[in-house]
Ligand binder design. Structure first.
Ligand code: NAP
Length: 283
């Protein structure tokens, strides 16, 4: 592409951000739809976020993604927040217009859309077990509740964190939400009737394996991992596959949230399959 004075600038702010796949996801899609734009990664330490956002306004960037550790800290720095993102309490996408910044959260819908499209998962009246209760799980749990799942069981090492998320979910939806303290190999009666099991802890990033009682898991369950690796499926998904379960890689959530951000910024189509294979040719 030719960069000119009219080229718009987008970027991701994170710390660290050097291994982000987002530039490799967005730049080819901008080119594919003829959008005159570039997307860069900016390493912004936590204390520099307010200055970075002043810079975004001053330089007239067109849009942003936020990743660890900025998804919550960005909220007070924005001019407007989409109600769904406000309820989650985190923003991963910002649209900028003449320095006016609006925050969105595309993580939850980014998880759900490819899951439905690729594996035919229809959330209504489904039962879901989620391991973890951190920021990524919050976004996914709200999206699942909004899409009509009947039950969410939240299992987390720190029970209070799961209980806080359960309270927030119950405050705005009708889904039955139950919490479980998770220490040691995970087993719970909910596994037997589970339609979707989601691994949402940061275990797996470094090859640690969250343990669950696989023989207890319903044979109809889909197994998803929010964690993704650039070099192949996580050990958790490899283990699920050896037990015969259909698996859903965290890369799909990554490209799904990117597709939603892209839609907010440009309104243009985004090829999720092509973007995912650019990140992981094995998918
Ligand atoms: P977070 O807010 O820091 O939450 C971390 C979660 O992992 C908490 O539930 C925490 O439990 C649990 N955990 C950490 N170490 C553990 C251990 N040794 N044993 C048991 N539980 C442990 O992180 P996050 O933002 O939710 O991210 C979670 C994972 O999702 C990360 O690996 C991230 O890369 C991935 N992610 C993927 C996408 C995507 O697009 N695919 C998007 C966002 C995040 P406690 O509450 O007990 O500490």
């Amino acid at each position: 592409m030719t960069i000119t004075a009219a080229t718009r600038l987008y970027g991701i702010l994170g710390h660290p951000v050097g291994h982000s796949l987002s530039p490799a996801i967005h730049n080819p899609e901008f080119a594919a739809c003829g959008h005159d734009a570039v997307y860069l990664a900016f390493d912004v330490p936590p204390g520099r976020l307010p200055a970075a956002i002043d810079g975004v306004r001053a330089l007239g960037l067109a849009g942003l993604n936020l990743t660890i550790p900025h998804k919550e800290a960005i909220l007070p720095l924005l001019d407007a927040i989409d109600p769904a993102a406000a309820r989650i309490g985190a923003v991963n996408t910002v649209a900028a217009e003449d320095g006016h910044l609006t925050g969105y959260n595309t993580d939850g819908i980014g998880f759900l859309n490819p899951l439905s499209a690729r594996l035919g998962f229809q959330p209504r009246d489904k039962r879901v077990v989620i391991l973890g209760a951190g920021g990524a799980v919050r976004a996914v749990a709200f999206a699942l509740m909004d899409a009509g799942v009947s039950e969410i069981v939240l299992a987390n090492r720190t029970l209070q964190r799961a209980e806080a998320l359960a309270r927030d979910l119950r405050a705005t939806g009708n889904t039955l939400v139950r919490t479980v303290a998770w220490d040691g190999p995970f087993t719970d009666p909910a596994l037997a009737s589970c339609d979707l099991l989601i691994q949402g802890t940061s275990l797996g990033l470094h090859d640690e394996l969250p343990e669950i009682a696989w023989p207890d898991l319903s044979p109809k369950a889909i197994v998803a991992d929010l964690v993704y690796r650039a070099d192949g499926p996580t050990r958790f998904l490899q283990t699920a596959a050896t037990h015969g379960y259909p698996v859903y890689d965290g890369i799909w959530m990554l490209v799904g949230q990117a597709a939603e951000a892209f839609r907010i910024w440009t309104g243009a189509p985004f090829d999720i399959e092509r973007a995912a294979r650019r990140c992981r040719p094995d998918l």
